[in-house]
Design a protein around this ligand. Sequence first.
Ligand SMILES: Nc1ncnc2c1ncn2[C@@H]1O[C@H](COP(=O)(O)OP(=O)(O)OP(=O)(O)O)[C@@H](O)[C@H]1O
Length: 288
Amino acid sequence: MSALPHTHQGIATGQPLLIAKGLSKRFGGLQALNDVSFEIRKGEIFGLIGPNGAGKTTLFNVMTALYIPESGSCQFQGVELTRLKPHEIAIQGLARTFQNIRLFSALTALENVMIGQHLRTQAGLWGAIVRNQATRQEEARTEARALELLEYVGISHVANEVASSLSYGDQRRLEIARALATSPALLALDEPAAGMNPSETVVLRTLIEKIRDDGITVLLIEHDMKLVMNMCDRVLVLEYGQVLSYGLPHDVQRDPRVIEAYLGKGAAQDPLLHPELTHPTQQEPRHD
Ligand SMILES: Nc1ncnc2c1ncn2[C@@H]1O[C@H](COP(=O)(O)OP(=O)(O)OP(=O)(O)O)[C@@H](O)[C@H]1O
């Protein structure tokens, strides 16, 4: 098994890595986030779910300093993220992927990952211009590590193909490799399974669990309820910008407020209406 080159193995799990308190964000008359508080613990896969428009992406954007909240705080390893600029987030150890894939489409897969590493490399502009020995050695190391990361996510065979020519599933995995290239402590994935077929989703699940097992904490926004309930250690459910439910998947999926939010009023009383919520590990298709 290949391991992440910059591993965070050995960290104690259970300690808070990120602590969000009272986050609120308004767009004109719309309260997109309302007093949202939660903790992400080291070493877990933390799921963020909620119906369309619940505020998931807004929360992601507040956490990664793309939006400034009206109130609240978001401490990551002791650093207040809401006071940073977006480009300062990754250097703190928080990397993200986007709901709409954002790759450099004309560059190769390898080049995309090499750019992701730029954050942690030393060679400055002068070194790049004169291409001295130190710069060339660093470039060689960067390329080797980029290849290692492509192998880690399972797409080293397309290293030299331009990003736009890759299959959808491979582009999503390339985005993850590029995010991993910044050596994050927290990897935030915005709907990584969107548009994937069931077999691609299984491969993705294995990859995300491997990343967690190699010591990187994962925050996952996902619409695929089964995926979330089966793989997340803890889950936060948002609705209308507020915390609807928060805790272990086992408890969250039985929370009547969650069932009603997803399936409508009255559904909480009818277990036949929500088999995935009540029996997330059940793999067989329904026969009703
Ligand atoms: N930049 C913006 N300007 C105005 N309104 C916004 C903006 N971004 C989000 N909203 C609104 O805020 C609310 C929350 O949106 P958000 O995209 O965070 O929800 P979401 O849970 O990510 O939804 P989805 O699952 O559909 O991606 C929605 O009503 C949305 O229309």
